[in-house]
Design a protein around this ligand. Structure first.
Ligand code: PMP
Length: 355
């Protein structure tokens, strides 16, 4: 830290991303990436340098990408804005609707929310999850300040139904309700169909998970046009060329190849069910995840030691040293082969302590 940094930011604790070890020998199940490559059209779009025209600035209005997303989700283009990963959009949400005031979120959720709150001077009010890690919708009724909920939630993988989101919206008509749907394609119920009815609903999505494009950095927000104009206000006050021509071309190609991604998602859901059963057969507790990861606790073996032993054996998973969840590991769903490697290692490490 330099001595020039303003005092408010001196206590800022940045987000700690999962390890991105470039050593390919690791089975990487720690950052909820897709184990499958992007749709073939994505590589073709990136290779088409004649169309990309990199000597020019990209379209600051993101017209083609917004139109493509609008078509795919049954919206109008003025209900869409895109950014460099959904993290940017989540950050802007805190800046736009929370700065100087309060916002609500679950106590156990995507840990970046806490960082955004600190960065943009938002008082973050954390609502406890139930004992079983579920979100109780009634606890979010009539709060009087913006709400952010990851649905499915991370790192638990548990999802609220669309009917429950509707109840939260009905009970909070005057404040933005932001639903972070990073993992929704793996079995959650999207709130997108509610956009027509609720002008305060904001749905944020990403290309990083179900579309296998974590390295591209592209996220999207869906909301009513007035709300989208708020996002464009901050976007164009910071960097109107926030998405590169390559990013937009690749994202468009990804949206167009829905059948390819539907196959990848089906396989991830299939492997998830098998893995969850396997963990339970081994005596572990495993939440009913609707995301591309499992949240697992071994009855005896401390999660921290298990994380370390798996890493030493070449398998990376995520461990959170935080109250209530420090007995759990978050394990991203890989290919069937990668999960075999995980279980070989897991069984070997825990065999002495198994029931
Ligand atoms: N929301 C949740 C709940 C996440 O887990 C993540 C990924 N870490 C994101 C948003 C951000 O995704 P990205 O910035 O890659 O779009």
């Amino acid at each position: 830290m330099s001595r020039y940094l303003i005092s408010r930011l001196q206590t800022l604790e940045p987000y700690t991303p999962g390890e991105q070890l470039n050593d390919r020998s690791y089975v990487k199940l720690n950052t909820n990436e897709s184990p499958f490559p992007p749709a073939p059209g994505v590589a073709a779009a990136l290779a088409d340098t004649a169309s990309l025209r990199l000597e020019r600035y990209p379209d600051p209005g993101q017209h083609a990408l917004r139109a493509e997303l609008a078509r795919a989700y049954g919206l109008t283009p003025d209900m869409v804005c895109c950014a460099n990963g959904s993290d940017d959009l989540l950050g802007w949400s805190f800046l736009l609707y929370g700065s100087g005031g309060k916002m609500y979120c679950p106590d156990i959720t995507y840990s970046f929310y806490r960082v955004f709150a600190q960065l943009f001077s938002v008082e973050l009010c954390e609502i406890p999850l139930e004992e079983d890690f579920s979100i109780c919708p009634e606890r979010y009724f009539g709060l009087g300040a913006p709400i952010v909920i990851a649905n499915p939630n991370a790192p638990t993988g548990l999802a609220l139904s669309r009917a429950d989101i509707r109840r939260i919206l009905d009970a909070n008509p005057a404040v933005p309700v932001i639903i972070d749907e990073a993992y929704v394609d793996f079995g959650g119920e999207s709130a997108v169909p509610l956009l027509a009815e609720y002008p305060n609903l904001i749905v944020i999505g990403t290309f990083s998970k179900s579309r296998s494009l974590a390295g591209l950095r592209c996220g999207f927000v869906f909301a009513n046009p007035e709300v989208i104009s708020d996002y464009d206000r901050v976007r164009c006050s910071f960097n109107p060329y926030n998405l590169s021509s390559q990013t937009m071309a690749a994202a468009i190609a990804a949206v167009r190849d829905a059948p390819y991604y539907a196959r990848c998602i089906r396989e991830i859901i299939r492997v998830r069910a098998l893995a969850a059963q396997r963990f339970r057969d081994l005596g572990c507790v495993c939440t009913d995840s609707k995301a591309n990861f499992l949240f697992v606790s071994h009855p005896h073996f401390p999660a921290c030691d298990l994380y370390r032993a798996l890493k030493a054996d070449g398998v990376l998973v995520r461990y959170f040293p935080a109250p209530r969840i420090d007995r759990y590991l978050r394990v991203s769903i890989g290919t069937a082969e990668q999960m075999e490697r995980l279980f070989d290692s897991f069984i070997n490490i825990t065999k002495e302590t198994n029931l």
